[in-house]
Design a binder for this molecule. Structure first.
Ligand code: NAP
Length: 270
């Protein structure tokens, strides 16, 4: 005889809430103020989510996205937090609990990259910042989401999407190998966590964008990087943030109800 499922899981399955989508939908998007995160917030608003737009520094950008999603009819808040610091992650989730309700969807999107350089030129500070933002932060955010999603903690399931990069399988030599390695770690975290919580009504997946038109590339020293590299992309163009957001929202939704530990590459054939 099989072991009986915990009561919380049975309740989640009975209500069809695996993936967190039949319940009230509450989404936390880290780095939701710009680029791929902002595009995800707009799509989430159209899908009826209550939305937490997290940002680190650019309050004006966060306010603009907030106004936009509210104009689409969504209940939403913008919360400043450096998601690589656990105390700030704790405060962020407390605000979500109080102002939006129990989180059902997490998009680990916030990320950073250093200036284009070889590994023998990289400072310890730069490598640590990359690892803290791209690896530590998503693990911390997943931890505090799981404390609300898992039936072990009174939750009813949910869905997590990590925003990785095709750099995790290409390695980015001569550009930012530290960044590529951080996304490789995020991929492994996606696989491990997906298996760890698969029996708890929680799905964990990742998207891996290629060159996408956002302000991100200014961080590596060349804001026009995507258009300069377009000729080397099989589809001969860079991607749009909304093209990545579509995959994120699909993976979060019940339409992807049997997908966990899955990677969707959005890289124009790279
Ligand atoms: P972006 O336009 O530079 O936006 C980055 C967002 O992350 C901003 O909202 C920023 O907030 C926030 N952020 C950065 N560090 C943070 C921290 N410690 N705590 C909280 N928020 C933080 O970047 P993007 O291009 O949309 O990239 C989003 C994700 O996609 C990243 O994980 C990136 O690695 C990945 N990706 C991007 C590309 C691409 O070509 N663009 C390709 C592959 C993967 P502030 O503005 O307030 O600082």
């Amino acid at each position: 005889m099989q072991n009986p499922a915990p009561a919380g899981i049975l309740a989640a399955q009975a209500s069809g809430s695996n993936g967190g989508i039949s319940m009230d939908k509450v989404i936390v998007i880290t780095g939701g103020s710009r680029g791929i995160g902002a595009a995800t917030a707009l799509l989430a608003a159209e899908q009826g989510y209550r939305i937490c737009i997290n940002y680190q520094a650019d309050e004006q950008a966060a306010q603009q996205v907030l106004e936009h999603v509210r104009a689409l009819g969504a209940q939403a808040i913008a919360v400043r937090a450096d998601v690589s610091i656990e105390d700030e992650v704790i405060s962020l989730f407390h605000r979500v609990d109080t102002e939006l309700g129990r989180v059902t969807a997490l998009v680990n999107n916030a990320g950073t990259v250093g200036q284009k350089s070889r590994v023998d030129e990289m400072s310890e500070f730069r490598i640590l910042k990359t690892m803290k933002t791209n690896v530590l932060a998503p693990i911390l955010c997943a931890k505090h989401a799981l404390l609300r999603m898992s039936p072990r903690h009174g939750g009813q399931g949910g869905s997590i999407v990590n925003v990785s990069s095709v750099a995790s399988r290409l390695g980015s030599p001569g550009e930012y190998v530290d960044y590529a390695a951080s996304k490789g770690a995020l991929d492994t975290f996606t696989i491990g966590l997906s298996k760890e919580v698969a029996g708890e009504g929680i799905r964990v997946n990742a998207v891996r964008p290629g060159y996408i038109y956002t302000d991100f590339h200014a961080l590596s020293g060349d804001p026009d990087r995507v258009s300069k590299l377009e000729s080397g992309i099989p589809m001969a163009r860079g991607g749009r943030p909304d093209e990545v957001a579509e995959a994120i929202i699909w993976l979060l939704s019940d339409k992807a109800s049997y997908a966990t530990g899955t990677f969707v590459d959005l890289a124009g054939g790279r």
